[in-house]
Design a protein around this ligand. Structure first.
Ligand code: 13P
Length: 251
């Protein structure tokens, strides 16, 4: 199966309007790699303006509330994200699971709410270092997926899964390429189990310390359909190098 690689930058809580210059440079770089689908998930505050400034790339949110509107101070809903000009949202990032107590059940509800609003979804899963050391990483990650996957009729469409080992995020450490391949195969098997043949359509992204140097190797691992990039997506130069690695691999 030939798939278009999907390279997404998660800016986390980084970026003021000054970063729109970088976003424009990322957009220009994306034009050089037409075989690669590129997206950026800036903070909520930049979604609208970023959308107005870019033409080649997708724009996403980093989280989405389960309800469409109401008395939820500080939260942002799927319809609002769509209205601001975004096409997708990340849900279930490990930083939200750890720092905001998000459970699999809540992540599933968020994914379903985002899809109901018409947004694409990037659903994140990943094990902690202790879980990796216990030898049970695949079991733990597939259980997380089982609990977090959206289950509505439209669920498999515009759905990507991001495998992000918690211990690899922002640390400069990455798993062995063979371990990435094994985990991605396990994730694919779970998607096929849950969605039947439609489970073959979702791209499975790798995330965690992806950079210009290691991207080609990670993107070549089994069932890796792209990357979710944190730190290295904040500069057009390093992010473009990752697009380039994806573009070369997809030819
Ligand atoms: P880093 O690329 O900075 O390790 O972050 C990965 C990540 O959490 C993307 O969602």
């Amino acid at each position: 199966m030939s798939i278009t690689p999907y390279i997404v930058g998660n800016w986390k809580m980084n970026g003021t309007r000054a970063m729109l210059t970088e976003a424009r440079a990322i957009d220009r770089a994306a034009k050089r790699f037409p075989g690669v689908q590129v997206g950026i998930a800036p903070p909520f505050t930049l979604i609208h303006q970023l959308r107005e400034e870019v033409t080649e790339i997708g724009v996403g949110a980093q989280d989405c509330h389960v309800e469409g509107s109401g008395a939820f101070t500080g939260d942002i809903s799927g319809p609002m994200i769509l209205d601001a000009g975004a096409d997708f949202t990340i849900v279930g990032h490990s930083e939200r699971r750890a720092m905001h107590g998000e459970t699999d059940e809540l992540v599933r509800a968020k994914a379903e709410a985002a899809q109901a609003a018409g947004l694409g979804v990037i659903l994140c899963v990943g094990e902690t270092e202790a879980e990796r050391d216990s030898g049970r990483a695949e079991e733990i990650v597939t259980a997380q997926l089982e609990g977090s996957l959206p289950r509505t009729e439209r669920a498999p469409y515009k759905l990507s899964v991001a495998y992000e080992p918690v211990w690899a995020i922002g640390t400069g450490r990455v798993p062995l390429v063979s371990d990435v391949g094994a985990m991605h195969r396990a994730i694919r098997a779970k998607l096929l189990e849950v969605y039947g043949a439609d489970g073959a359509e979702s791209r499975i992204l790798y995330g965690g310390s992806v950079n210009a140097k290691n991207a080609a190797e990670l993107l070549a691992a089994d069932e890796v359909g792209g990357a979710l990039v944190g730190g290295a997506s904040l500069s057009a130069e390093s992010f473009a190098a990752i697009m380039g690695a994806a573009g070369a691999g997809s030819e």
